[in-house]
Design a binder for this molecule. Structure first.
Ligand SMILES: [Fe+2]
Ligand SMILES: [Fe+2]
Length: 254
């Protein structure tokens, strides 16, 4: 089972795809990320979860305009896995709606059908972990969230895990770094990277859109590790006209 593979060796370069909420993703952001991935050729492309919204099976009341079928949501997420070339997938709370729905509506199917099986994650060779779990490259831990949210999620997650952490969920983008006292730590610092969001502002049903425009940040994460054990993680914001600066090069939508 790929989901039991929890620890991987350090990676040279990984790109972290933030919450996309397919089919309510921002198409321009996805196009931009595709171009960056094609150019940088990272060893790992990690979805940090909420790749799919699973709106159709949420408990929210839905107006006619907000109707979407689960079929379409799975198809969109499947497309997203392919177009971004996802290699690792830490499921988020939105994907866990699928398991909750089965438990409540069809408990006899529990264990027979899951979000992972709906997307054939194992057959596709995608390493994945359930919501609430994590995986690590070297000393860098990836999870949709570490059980905390809000503006201080980075520093609190870092202190909870005691190592470098990468997470999504809050839809904010930022980075927090902190020295380590231990003399034998390879880098002498650990960091927390909050990788932002690539959803579509005009397709938010669950929050006031003005508030979302002020706090949901388009962007993504870049993680680099050196053979000596240092992890450099950063959040890369995406501009309003869909540009991103990586290693001195300005990428745009082709
Ligand atoms: Fe999310
Ligand atoms: Fe989330």
């Amino acid at each position: 089972m790929l989901c039991n593979e929890r620890h991987f060796p350090s990676v040279g370069l990984a790109l972290v795809v933030p919450d996309a909420h397919y089919p309510f993703h921002d198409r321009q952001c996805v196009q931009l990320l595709k171009g960056i991935i094609e150019d940088l050729k990272p060893e790992a492309v990690i979805s940090i979860g909420d790749l799919a919204d699973c709106w159709s099976i949420s408990r929210f009341a839905k107006s006619r305009r907000q109707q979407v079928s689960l079929d379409r949501e799975i198809e969109a997420a499947s497309w997203g896995l392919d177009e971004l070339g996802i290699t690792h997938y830490a499921l988020g709370n939105h994907e866990s709606r699928f398991e909750t729905y089965i438990q409540e509506k069809a408990p006899q199917l529990e264990g027979m059908v899951s979000w992972a099986s709906s997307l054939d994650l194992d057959k596709r060779g995608i390493h994945w972990c359930e919501y609430g779990s994590y995986f690590a490259f070297g000393d860098c831990y990836f999870s949709h969230d570490f059980g905390v949210s809000g503006l201080t999620a980075g520093s609190r997650s870092l202190n909870l895990v005691g190592s470098t952490v990468v997470f999504g969920h809050t839809h904010a983008g930022n980075m927090w770094s902190q020295p380590v006292l231990r003399d034998d730590h390879p880098a002498g610092f650990v960091s927390a990277v909050n990788v932002g969001w690539i959803g579509d502002h005009d397709q938010i049903f669950y929050r006031n859109r003005a508030a979302a425009r002020r706090s949901y940040q388009h962007g993504f994460g870049i993680i680099e590790q050196d053979p000596k054990g240092g992890t450099w993680g950063r959040f890369v914001p995406i501009t309003r006209d869909y540009r991103a600066l990586v290693d001195g090069h300005v990428f745009g939508v082709r």
